[in-house]
Ligand binder design. Sequence first.
Ligand SMILES: Cc1cc2nc3c(=O)[nH]c(=O)nc-3n(C[C@H](O)[C@H](O)[C@H](O)COP(=O)(O)OP(=O)(O)OC[C@H]3O[C@@H](n4cnc5c(N)ncnc54)[C@H](O)[C@@H]3O)c2cc1C
Length: 419
Amino acid sequence: MSYFDINLDLSWEEKEIKSTAHRFAKEVLRPVSIKLDKMSAEDAIAQDSPLWGALQQCYAMGYHKALLPESVGGGGFSPLQAHLLLEEMLWGSMGISTTLFLSTWVFNTLLAMGDDRLIQEFVVPFCECEDASIRGCWGIIEPDHGSDMLLTDEEYFSKPGVRGQVRAYLDGDEWVLNGQKAAWVSASPIATHCKLNLQIDDSLGLSGGGVCIVPLDLPGVSKGKPLEKLGQRDLSNGEIFFEDVRIPKHYMFVEPDQYAQSIKTNLGFGNSFMSVMALGIARACFDESFEYAQQRIQGGKALAEHSSMKIRLHKMFSQVEAIRAFSRAVWNLNSSIYPPLSEYAYAAKTYCTEATVDIAYEAVQIHGANGITKEYPIEKFYRDARLLTIEDGENTTLNRAGGTILNNTYPRTEVQKII
Ligand SMILES: Cc1cc2nc3c(=O)[nH]c(=O)nc-3n(C[C@H](O)[C@H](O)[C@H](O)COP(=O)(O)OP(=O)(O)OC[C@H]3O[C@@H](n4cnc5c(N)ncnc54)[C@H](O)[C@@H]3O)c2cc1C
């Protein structure tokens, strides 16, 4: 089901983007995501998994490059067009869409660095790729460092002695990498490239980090088993190990002087995206609940005809609309300025994901016992939604980081639109 968009100014082209993406999400992504959810984590990425066909169709549609600029062969979508596309795709499958747009984001970061060598070597081939053979992931979290890695304004972040588990040193014209990233790195089991955060200068503590691009077929790279997890099982997660992996010097595109800012920028974009993930699954929950309430008869009439159910469904509808409005506003803001405003990204992420967990809970209640069987998609949506409040920064951590930003910047004066 797709509902009226409250923005009356959508152009014909924007409506087309929305309806084409909705059809694709319904016919391709949703059925595959339900199959992947029921498979083991290993089978879900095996050669004969339906994941590959779905991903290839995404690339053939050009969705992987839609958000990249036309100057490098991308689709040149505006922020609003991007938001419309993301909502529909995430409605169909959080996992496959996250795999896809994580790749977009990894290669977009390289583009933003402005180094022509990186653009020609990585970004242009990604845009030209039509068979899903180039896929990205972002490795920051480590077995011993979760929230630590994200709280750049905390005093321990620059305390000598606290250091990351993946480390790099310069040897002539090459960086040599050693260490391990946590099993939480999304899409890493199937990724061909990793945007990797690592430790360079121990005297600066965690703030002495760097960010580089690592092709994952290099000697010395290995991967752990894909993780079995509660929800978002259509997204694979797993460890990456580095043993004397050598990369050319220019692959390290952020060094310690820019490191803390680069994390804030990543979280600003990443958490704007997270709010759209929440929107996709929130709307999926509403759509299913609304349809179910039309069909299920109790007390001699459809559930939807009972006054208490009208109230519950309308409340859910209001929440979805509020999530969309907030998410779209923050997405548009942070896609139009540089660097993004993290306090808005964290506000949108925490608000939208928590509202979505509530919506998913109510959706199960509305389905009654049917809500907890695999005969209906709602139990999957419930599990998928639950992960949102931890992904890309546990919500308390993000509120804390946002509070620090407010202390330092409030009241913020106007920001300059650059895109
Ligand atoms: C579905 C999913 C996808 C993910 N994808 C990726 C990915 O692509 N790449 C990647 O690198 N990581 C990824 N992650 C990891 C994610 O970013 C981390 O799980 C998250 O940042 C929290 O870290 P943690 O799990 O280590 O929890 P911890 O940091 O151990 O936190 C546990 C609890 O302790 C609290 N806490 C932590 N520090 C403090 C403190 N100093 N003071 C008080 N309380 C504190 C937290 O608020 C939280 O409630 C993903 C996670 C999930 C669930």
